[in-house]
Write a protein that binds this ligand. Structure first.
Ligand code: 6PG
Length: 252
């Protein structure tokens, strides 16, 4: 039984801080239950702001950093030291400031990495990495997947009416001519995202409000990929008031 919920915070800063607190607590709870936890990180300004708040939180070391597996939902296929890299931004925001076990941090390949300039090879390589870490031999049942979304409904690097949104077999795909620069990316597919126990959709701003409302109402994922980003146990929308503005006014 999968549940979904919506939590709204006053503004972007409070949304990022509250999501960071929620993430720390959830990871600590999972680790208390199972000894380790796995989290899929996202790119984008909101996702990185959450990591910044985790870094500055007085509660951050409630997380046993050595027992945390980190993956990415998508990556811009650029050189490893390019400021556009989601991994580089995550390292600057948090990862390089906490005692993670480096063998448990799993970035997607860069365009100057082990697969050279071939994004298809990079995608296949990540799919193999996931399969090797998965009980079912395909994709791990991640504990939490963090995702952002675009105003037109993309999530990770899965854009409306794209080959990626129709992918049902592969767990990881390459994306060329992304409408959001940079143009070449590597991304989990929706079936891979749905292996996650919890999917947290974290966004702010009025530009996202229509996509949020349509997704919450159950729009078709082909036209609104974020609508297909659901957790096997829980899907949680974490919004500021502007991003929630088009939702039905059921709140008192
Ligand atoms: C990326 C992200 C992308 C992002 C959304 C929201 O690599 O660009 O994965 O899916 O999360 O575009 O970005 P903002 O939070 O900056 O609006």
């Amino acid at each position: 039984m999968s549940t979904s919920g919506v939590v709204v915070h006053r503004d972007p800063e409070l949304l990022a801080a509250a999501t960071a607190a929620r993430l720390i607590t959830r990871i600590a709870d999972v680790q208390a239950e199972r000894g380790s936890a796995s989290v899929v990180l996202t790119g984008g300004g909101t996702g990185i702001a959450v990591l910044e708040h985790v870094r500055h939180s007085p509660a951050r070391d409630a997380i046993d950093w050595a027992k945390l597996d980190l993956y990415w939902g998508d990556e811009r296929f650029v050189p490893v030291d390019d400021d556009e890299r989601n991994e580089k931004q995550a390292r600057q925001a948090l990862l390089d400031h906490v005692p993670l076990d480096p063998s448990r941090v799993h970035p997607m390949a860069a365009s100057d990495g082990e697969f050279g300039s071939d994004p298809d090879a990079a995608a296949d390589g990540y799919a193999r990495l996931l399969a090797g870490a998965a009980a079912d031999g395909w994709v791990p049942a991640f504990d939490i997947t963090l995702l952002g979304l675009g105003g037109e409904g993309h999530t990770a690097s899965i854009f409306p009416d794209s080959p990626a949104v129709h992918e049902r077999e592969r767990s990881v795909i390459s994306v060329r001519e992304s409408p959001k620069p940079p143009p070449t990316r590597v991304s989990l597919t929706l079936p891979a995202i749905r292996r996650s126990a919890e999917v947290w959709l974290v966004t702010t701003g009025s530009a996202k409000s229509d996509a949020v409302a349509l997704a919450v109402a159950g729009a078709p994922e082909a036209q609104l990929p974020v609508a297909g980003a659901r957790g096997s146990r829980r899907t949680l929308w974490l919004l500021d008031e502007a991003a929630a503005d088009a939702l039905p006014r059921t709140r008192p």
